[in-house]
Design a protein around this ligand. Structure first.
Ligand code: ADP
Length: 164
C-alpha cells in the first residue's frame, strides 16, 4: 500500500493546499494531511481547528485522512507507516528550503522520500500568510480560501479586534 503524508501548517488551509491534496491523493492509496502543531509559529488557528477545517474540505476524498502532529516529520511518517512526504512548490524561493527539509528527512530515515508537486499556476502567489494579511485589513479573501473558511478567518480577526 502506498501511503503518503502531506505535512504543513495550513493556517488557514487555502485553495493552493487543497489543489495539492486533490492531486496527490490520486497518486497514492492513502494520503494523511498532517497538521503541524507548531506553537512556535504562533498560529492563528489551533491545531484542532485546522484539522477540522481540512476534514470538512476533504470530505469528498475517501482516501484522505487528517491529523495533527508535533516533532519531527520523519518520525511522524514512520509512526503512521508512510514512506512518502508530499510538499508543494510555488516558486524557486520555496526550493532551497524544501530541498533542505527533504534531505534532512531522508537523512533521518532513508526509507522516506519526498515528492514535490508544482503549484497550479493560478495559486502560485498564494500562501496562508497572504490570506491572513489581507483578512486582517478586512480585504476580500474569497479567491484564496474555500467558502467555509472565509468566515472563520474573518471571525478570528473580529475577536482579536474586539479584544484590542
Ligand atoms: P509550512 O509552514 O510547512 O510551509 P504551509 O501550510 O505554508 O506549511 O504549506 C504546506 C505545504 O504546502 C508546503 O509544501 C507549501 O510549499 C505548500 N503550499 C502552500 N501554498 C501553496 C500553493 N499556493 N501552491 C502549492 N503549494 C503550496
Amino acid at each position: 500500500m502506498r501511503k503518503a503524508i502531506y505535512p504543513g501548517s495550513f493556517d488557514p488551509p487555502t485553495f493552493g493546499h487543497l489543489d495539492i491534496i486533490e492531486r496527490s491523493a490520486k497518486m497514492v492509496d492513502e494520503l494523511n494531511v498532517a497538521v503541524l502543531k507548531n506553537n512556535a509559529k504562533n498560529p492563528l488557528f489551533s491545531a484542532e481547528e485546522r484539522v477540522s477545517m481540512i476534514r470538512e474540505l476533504t470530505s469528498h476524498l475517501p482516501n484522505v485522512t487528517v491529523s495533527s502532529f508535533d516533532g519531527l516529520t520523519a518520525d511522524y511518517a514512520a509512526r503512521v507507516g508512510a514512506n512518502i512526504v508530499v510538499r508543494g512548490l510555488r516558486a524557486v524561493t520555496d526550493f532551497e528550503y524544501e530541498m533542505q527539509i527533504a534531505q534532512t528527512n531522508h537523512a533521518i530515515n532513508d526509507q522516506i522520500d519526498t515528492i514535490f508537486l508544482t503549484t497550479n499556476l493560478k495559486y502560485s502567489y498564494l500562501s496562508s500568510t497572504i490570506v491572513k494579511e489581507v483578512a486582517s485589513y478586512g480585504g476580500d479573501i474569497s479567491r484564496f480560501v474555500p467558502e467555509q473558511i472565509i468566515e472563520r478567518v474573518y471571525g478570528k480577526y473580529h475577536i482579536l479586534n474586539q479584544n484590542r
